[in-house]
Write a protein that binds this ligand. Structure first.
Ligand code: ATP
Ligand code: MG
Length: 376
């Protein structure tokens, strides 16, 4: 069995690592140079997209911002899982919002902005502060503008109208800022038979718009049920196959969807050590129509992203229950280079272990991590 992943980054790499014991081969398609590569050793080209499609049994994706012509070519082969529509929905905030509305899944109040009239409509319908997000190609907090004060509205509109003129396929989603208690996400898998399994809700701490730490511990059953309900409605509507992530804002006892990602997700990396079957293996199982693996929390686990640095203190590896995952990428400021998973038998031990880990991590490379861990 061969699976071709659209995208040749760390998510394809971790899918390959998780698939090897199942005798499933994973190839990756690098969209930047139209070449199929081995995601574990991406130097040599093994062919172009047409050859990759012909050679594999199943095609899937590690990101949603993929040229539509590529998605359509893959869809025509009958091998693409999840569907081109599902991937495009995750890559376009307009389609995402329409899906949430159609499925009656709660999300932040919003207005689609593509001209001055709709900008003014956003100002009158939403209360400040408002966040404007580009409909296409946003990630890690890029393509976002915040309006806190109505005095700034005209200056912001000049900037946004310039952006829209320069990028005619774009629009903006203006969203009311949600005064959330915390950000959490659910990762789940659905296979072709409609079998669904979700992992426990994960708490996410962001720094400068980028995920920094995810924490998976035993969670509130009522919240977990709300997340399952949203997951089921969205995946049924899309006829979805694979792993899907949903980011939520928690406000009191209510979950509001922030966004969805039609793929394995950074906030699910903890599952490599915290669950019997990690999100990467479950994604591969789902798209190859195998039974899904257990998604229960086996032990509380936290994930810390390594951003923009290619070294961490070796002493970390002496801590029991700590695993280091490097992605083999060239260092660049802010780039996701790897992650650290820390597990323990119970939450209390996990927190004290995390304090030990934080004391070894330099604040310059891991801003805010220490204080987040101290707040647990
Ligand atoms: P990702 O890398 O997760 O795909 P992104 O750049 O696509 O991120 P969002 O997740 O929509 O963008 O926003 C980034 C962060 O900005 C959120 O995690 C949250 O902290 C904040 N944010 C976004 N929308 C809102 C909102 N409506 N209210 C409050 N905070 C928000
Ligand atoms: Mg996000």
């Amino acid at each position: 069995m061969k699976v071709l992943v659209l995208g040749a980054g760390q998510l394809a790499r971790m899918m390959a690592l998780a698939s090897t014991p199942l005798n499933i081969d994973v190839l990756a398609y690098d969209v930047n140079n139209n070449s199929v590569v081995n995601p574990l050793a991406p130097g040599e080209s093994l062919g172009d997209l047409t050859q990759g499609i012909a050679e594999c049994d199943v095609i899937t994706a590690e990101f949603e911002h993929i040229d539509h012509a590529i998605l359509e070519q893959c869809q025509r082969s009958g091998k693409l899982q999840p569907s081109a529509t599902a991937i495009m929905t995750g890559g376009d905030r307009r389609l995402e919002k329409a899906l949430l509305t159609e499925c009656s899944v709660s999300n932040a109040k919003h207005v689609i902005v593509d001209n001055q009239q709709s900008f003014e409509q956003a100002l009158s319908e939403l209360s400040l502060p408002i966040i404007f997000k580009s409909a296409l190609a946003g990630y890690d907090g890029k393509g976002q503008w915040r309006l806190k004060d109505s005095d700034q509205a005209q200056a912001l509109w000049s900037e946004l109208s310039e952006f829209l003129t320069e990028n005619p396929t774009q629009a903006l989603v203006a969203e009311q800022m949600v005064p959330f208690d915390r950000e959490i996400s659910i990762i789940g898998a659905r296979n072709k038979n409609g079998e669904v399994k979700i992992y426990p809700l994960t708490e996410n701490f962001h720094q400068n718009g980028v995920l920094s730490v995810s924490l998976a511990q035993a969670c509130d059953e009522a919240l977990q049920q709300q997340a399952l309900s949203a997951f089921t409605k969205l995946t049924e509507n899309l006829g979805y196959t694979g792993v899907l992530a949903i980011e939520f804002f928690q406000v009191g006892e209510q979950l509001l969807v922030n966004e969805i990602a039609p793929r394995v997700h950074n906030s699910g990396h903890w599952s490599q050590q915290g669950a019997d079957t990690c999100q990467f293996e479950n994604h591969i199982r789902a798209v190859t129509n195998l039974p899904l693996g257990n998604t229960e929390l086996v032990r509380p686990t936290a994930m810390i992203n390594i951003l923009g640095t290619d070294t961490v203190p070796e002493a970390l590896l002496a801590i029991a229950g700590l695993s280091l995952h490097w992605y083999g990428k060239t260092k660049r400021a802010g780039r996701k280079m790897g992650h650290i998973n820390v597990s323990a038998a119970d939450c209390e031990t996990l927190v004290s272990k995390l304090e030990q880990v934080a004391s070894l991590l330099p604040e310059t490379d891991f801003p805010g991590v220490k204080s987040y861990i101290q707040s647990l």
